[in-house]
Design a protein around this ligand. Structure first.
Ligand SMILES: NC(=O)c1ccc[n+]([C@@H]2O[C@H](COP(=O)([O-])OP(=O)(O)OC[C@H]3O[C@@H](n4cnc5c(N)ncnc54)[C@H](OP(=O)(O)O)[C@@H]3O)[C@@H](O)[C@H]2O)c1
Length: 306
């Protein structure tokens, strides 16, 4: 696969509300630092290099970038990098951000924002990105309790025009139902990928039935989570990668995209070569036999959404 020539359009499109995006997007969490994200003592990434990655992503057709005000290292902020690299923003670029539990300026996690504090978090994203409204804002949840008040506060910001569309992250099915009684939800962003336990599949399938975007994170990193990807891949992943002449990371992304037309990918990287590979993974077509082998590598047994 000649990664350099393949653009994000090869992955197809999906709609976030009225905004059309290519199914291969980009996650900005890896940009502010080298190594583990959100870690104490993280080493800031070279600014010019991070900016090159963002500009190259857009050149390769990426028009969906996931970010958050809490993606920062001591000297870099993902939102500032996006602003510096891409403003004035292309008309078709959709920037999705997250609110919920933030981090204080030294990087320590704070408790979940109260409904009243969510407006400040939205405004913080607006200032950093240099925009007057946000395309998509996900309410990121920690815990299992009711989200009605917090989601209601976000829905009010949507009514006020600060936010165009709202979504959810780290949620369970009852959260989705609770939110949908308040305002339309355009996406769910949860952890998912090869090797994920089968209960994590529930929301992917639920979103598919409702034709909502399901936007998994850690599709490459898997159990490495904030620490990132390891070179340790299941032999079935390596076998499929060998057969197609691609990397294991590309197979992991392609498998994710094959789980349903409503599944979007937001792989994170600070590496130009990895970026090109990730975009190219959107053109990789896996056979039924390969998908079945990878499903068992994942331990998944649920029906595949169309
Ligand atoms: N809602 C939430 O709670 C939540 C939580 C976590 C993340 N997110 C979002 O989801 C996005 C995706 O998560 P993630 O950044 O962990 O992405 P990921 O794509 O699952 O994994 C990124 C890791 O894989 C490596 N990598 C990327 N492309 C590669 C390739 N082609 N070959 C080999 N290694 C590769 C990266 O290192 P290199 O930099 O060396 O490429 C990094 O270590 C984040 O950027 C963030 O926007 C949301």
């Amino acid at each position: 696969m000649t990664s350099q020539k393949i653009t994000a359009s090869a992955s197809g499109t999906w709609k976030l509300g009225d905004l059309t995006v290519h199914r291969i997007g980009f996650g900005a969490m890896r940009l502010p630092q080298h190594g583990e994200a959100l870690a104490d003592g993280a080493v800031p990434r070279d600014r010019d290099r991070a900016i090159r990655v963002l500009r190259r992503a857009v050149e390769l057709g990426v028009n969906h970038i996931d970010t958050a005000a809490f993606y920062f290292s001591p000297l870099r902020s993902a939102n500032e990098l996006i602003n510096r690299a891409l403003a004035p923003y292309p008309d078709d670029l959709v920037i999705a951000t997250k609110v919920g539990p933030g981090r204080d300026p030294s990087g320590r996690w704070l408790p979940h924002a109260t409904p009243g504090q969510l407006r400040g978090q939205v405004e913080e994203n607006l200032r950093q990105l240099g925009r007057d409204h946000l395309d998509v804002v996900n309410l990121r949840i920690v815990g299992d309790g009711s989200i009605a008040e917090r989601f209601g506060a976000l829905a009010e910001l949507r009514e006020a025009g600060l936010v165009r569309h709202v979504g959810l992250s780290n949620v369970r099915p009852h959260h989705l139902a609770e939110a949908q009684a308040i305002a339309p939800v355009v996406c769910v962003q949860n952890m998912y990928g090869i090797g994920a336990p089968s209960e994590q599949r529930e929301l992917l399938d639920l979103c598919g039935r409702q034709r909502l975007a399901f936007v998994p994170f850690y599709s490459i990193a898997g159990a490495g989570r904030t620490a990132g990807a390891t070179a340790d891949h299941d032999p079935r992943v390596r076998a499929v990668a060998r057969a197609h002449g691609v990397s294991a990371a590309q197979v992991r992304l392609a498998w994710t995209l094959h789980q349903g037309a409503h599944v979007l990918a937001i792989p994170g990287t600070g590496d130009l070569g990895h970026l090109a590979q990730n975009v190219a993974a959107g053109s990789l077509r896996l056979s039924e036999a390969e998908l079945a082998a990878l499903d068992s590598a994942a331990g998944g047994d649920g029906p595949r959404a169309s």
